[in-house]
Each structure stands twice: as C-alpha cells, then as structure tokens.
Design a binder for this molecule. Structure first.
Ligand SMILES: [Ca+2]
Ligand SMILES: [Ca+2]
Ligand SMILES: [Ca+2]
Length: 343
C-alpha cells in the first residue's frame, strides 16, 4: 500500500499542523533534513482500526455512530479527503453492515437516528422529544423489533419510501415499550397517510393488540370513512373519542396528521391547519373534551400501524414517517412539518 509522507519544512506550517493534531511533535520521526515526518495516513489508519476492531454484528447503533464520528474527526485531523477516507475504511474494515453504516456516516452525514433507523427500523431522538420515528426508508431487518405482517409492500412514500397496505392482515407491529406508551403529561402523534380507499374505523396507529380492545390505550384511526379520530383510553378504562367534524380526507392524495395533547386539551392538525370543528364522545356525545380523558393507561399491547386488531378495521393506502413525541407539537411545527414535505 502506498503511503503518503508529508515533509514539513516551515516551522509555522509544522506548528499549525501540530495544533490541529493535538499531538506531541516529539512522537514523530525526524526526516533526513531534521524536520518532522508525519505519516498522516498511517495515523489515520490506526484510528480507523482502533475505532472499529470492537464492532461486531451485535454492536449498537450508538457504537457504530460513535466510531463513524471518530473516523470523521480523524479525517479532519489528518487531512484525509473523503475519497481517500472511504478507500482506507474499505481496506481496513471487513465488509458488512457495520462498514456500510460507517461509510454512510462518513460520506452521507448519517445521524445517530439514521443509523438507528437503518439497523432497527425505528429511531429515537431525546433532544427533539421523539420517542419513536419510523422513516420506512430502509429494508427492515428480520430480527428488528419492527415487524411487517402480511403482504405489506414497499412503495414511494412522502419522503423516501413508505409502506402500502391493501388487504386484511397487513400491518406493521412493534412490541410494547415505554417509548410507545405515551402515558406522560403531554405527547403527540404525527403521520403521513395516502388513503386509496377510505374505510370506516381504519386503524392508522393503534396501541394494543387484543381483538376485544381490552389492551387499547390510544388509537389514531378513522371514525366514518376519511374522518380522522383519536381515541384515548384513560387509567379507569374509559374511552374518549376526539373526532374531526370537517370534510372527510380526500382519497389518492397525501395528508399530514398531527394529534397533540396534554392533560387539558387535544389539538388536531390536518395538512398543516388546525381542525376547528371537533366532536367528542365518551359514553355519549359531549360538547366539550371530558376532563378525565387522560392520563392514558399503560398497555402491554403491541403498537400496530395500518390496522386495528380486528378484521375490517384496516387502513387501505400508504403510510409514511409515523413519529411519536413526548411533547405537544405546536401549530407552527405542524404547519412547518406539512410544508416541508408536501411539495
Ligand atoms: Ca419514508
Ligand atoms: Ca399487500
Ligand atoms: Ca406499556
């Protein structure tokens, strides 16, 4: 392998490079003319090996992302351009998923969330208040916690790819976890849907898997066909329906839905605009939101995307980018997130 040896002659240049490297100049060999010889590429290879020897098929997204960012840092320190960096990573790291992801971090600027999505099908981002985000942009590993049930198809989404549901028994499931419970004092659900046929009671994002709904804790779904509803089941097991009373969603186009709530209020945003005509149901129709609609009870049931757990209550069309937040999205965020992808 050809090595690049840089001869540093000028003191000023040497000084500035050593500053960049943060290393002790005495550790470098002396060249024939007395100047330091710094084997940038050798140093860089050492870092690549140090950062990647521990990586295995069992490594977490955090470990792989951390190695990737360390490799980028070393790339800058040793002035290795990206083309050369990729060659060196390919020479020093065995081929496989870990190397592919490292290269995505180095070349494509993958974030930790991107690596989580690629490995697990689901990402979290505590700083953004995101408990779970599913981009549906990567083929999901069979050993992922995200399971595709039935003949769910990959198709074009609102951003990258999405998933298409078109018959009974097709849904995505994730096992129960604290991230999915949304039992805190505020939360939001955001999702893009492209309905092809509006079906009454179509399940979009449903927490709970029991066919008698005994473990349902929340359900974003249709009420009548194309009529968006959110159902909260509180700790006493009482269900409150919050239903859009505006026109049904049009078929064969993308719609952005945000449901945001705290202990006192629920706000529903469709296609970036707040829904102002809402009706409520809790053991009968109510003119206002019942005060006891939350806290949401904690369910052990799976999260289901694309269907409720009974036949007939399935969504028909494409779903993309569902996100669960542990905070209320604002009206501005709902509008911005809609505008960011609709055109
Ligand atoms: Ca997507
Ligand atoms: Ca299908
Ligand atoms: Ca739970």
């Amino acid at each position: 392998m050809k090595k690049i040896i840089l001869l540093l002659v000028g003191i000023g240049l040497l000084f500035s490079c050593n500053l960049n490297m943060g290393s002790d100049p005495d550790t470098y060999e002396k060249s024939a003319d007395g100047g330091d010889v710094i084997d940038y590429e050798g140093e860089y290879r050492t870092v690549v090996l140090q950062e990647t020897t521990g990586l295995t098929a069992e490594s977490t997204p955090e470990e792989i992302y951390s190695a990737g960012t360390a490799i980028i840092g070393a790339q800058n320190t040793y002035s290795i351009d990206t083309v050369r960096a990729v060659e060196i990573v390919e020479e020093e790291v065995a081929a496989g998923e870990q190397r592919d992801l490292l290269l995505h971090v180095v070349i494509d600027g993958y974030t930790l969330q991107d690596v989580q999505s690629a490995m697990n099908g689901v990402a979290e981002d505590p700083e953004a208040g995101i408990e779970a985000a599913l981009s549906f942009d990567e083929n999901i590993d069979e050993d992922s916690t995200v399971q595709l049930n039935g003949d769910v198809e990959w198709t074009a989404g609102i951003s990258g790819s999405g998933l298409r549901f078109d018959s009974e028994g097709e849904y995505v499931s994730l096992p129960d976890s604290e991230n999915l419970d949304l039992t805190g004092e505020e939360a939001s659900i955001e999702v893009w849907i492209y309905p092809e046929t509006n079906i009454a009671a179509a399940g979009i994002i449903h927490k709970g898997a029991a066919t008698d709904f005994s473990d349902e804790s929340y359900s974003l779904q249709y009420n009548s066909p194309g009529q968006v509803a959110m159902i909260f089941t509180n700790e006493s097991g009482t269900a409150t329906y919050v239903i859009s009373n505006e026109a049904a969603l049009q078929e064969d186009q993308w719609h952005h839905i945000v449901i945001a709530w705290n202990m006192n209020e629920v706000r529903m945003y469709i296609d970036g605009a707040e829904v102002t005509q809402i009706k409520y149901y809790q053991n009968g129709w109510k003119s206002t939101l019942p005060a006891n609609f939350t806290p949401i009870r904690n369910s052990d049931g799976d999260l289901m995307i694309g269907s409720q757990p009974v036949s007939g209550y399935r969504f028909e069309g494409i779903i993309d980018n569902p996100v669960l937040y542990n905070r209320m999205l604002t009206a501005g965020e709902a509008a911005d997130n809609y505008q960011a992808l609709i055109n």
